[in-house]
Unconditional design. Structure first.
Length: 198
């Protein structure tokens, strides 16, 4: 198997493993060192948007995890050969890198899901990558998915990318409503300076 094919097969697997390890390490660090409960999404009833997004992520990740080990999986989902597979893998890596930097920039304020009420450890983050985008984590997620679609073009990757974008838009509106109630004029001024995406 040529080196390029190894990268195409195992690159996404490596990036998913890296994302998973990072996520677990970040949650554990914040819980132990900062006494922060990051997983706000589990403290309340999930919305249909959150459930749909989780199912889409599960489907996409299952596909990426199965590819190196199930020879026919690309055919099952009608994936076509990519004209730019290495570029797709690079975009995926850059998206993951942006997600990690964004979480670091948020410090103790980072949460998965919208909390029911503002917590003492939360503050409005407007520096670092947040000076350029109000939602750089979601920009990173979309870069990762666009990279996946470039690497593995087909109905599954296109559909999961489009559906994720539409659902993330809804989640952003929920988060913005929370931020508006928590930070008021400070958040409104931030919205006037910095775009929602880029």
């Amino acid at each position: 198997m040529p080196n390029t094919q190894l990268l195409i097969n195992y690159g996404p697997l490596f990036l998913l493993a890296l994302a998973g390890l990072w996520g677990v390490a970040r949650v554990v660090y914040l819980a132990r060192s900062e006494q922060v409960k990051v997983l706000s999404v589990f403290a309340r009833k999930k919305t249909g948007t959150e459930i749909s997004l989780a199912l889409i992520a599960l489907l996409q990740n299952a596909y990426l995890l199965a590819r190196p080990f199930v020879a026919d999986v690309d055919g099952w989902v009608f994936t076509q050969p990519s004209p730019l597979p290495i570029f797709g893998l690079i975009v995926m890596g850059l998206g993951l890198g942006l997600m990690i930097i964004s979480q670091l920039d948020m410090g103790k304020a980072w949460r998965i899901g919208v909390p029911q009420t503002p917590e003492a450890s939360q503050s409005l983050i407007t520096s670092g990558v947040y000076a350029y985008s109000r939602n750089p984590i979601y920009v990173g997620v979309m870069m990762f998915l666009v990279g996946t679609t470039i690497l593995l073009p087909g109905p599954l990757t296109v559909a999961t990318t489009v559906a994720t974008f539409m659902l993330v838009q809804k989640i952003i509106l929920q988060e913005e409503a929370f931020m508006q109630s928590a930070f008021g004029d400070q958040f409104r001024a931030y919205c006037q300076r910095v775009h929602r995406w880029v």
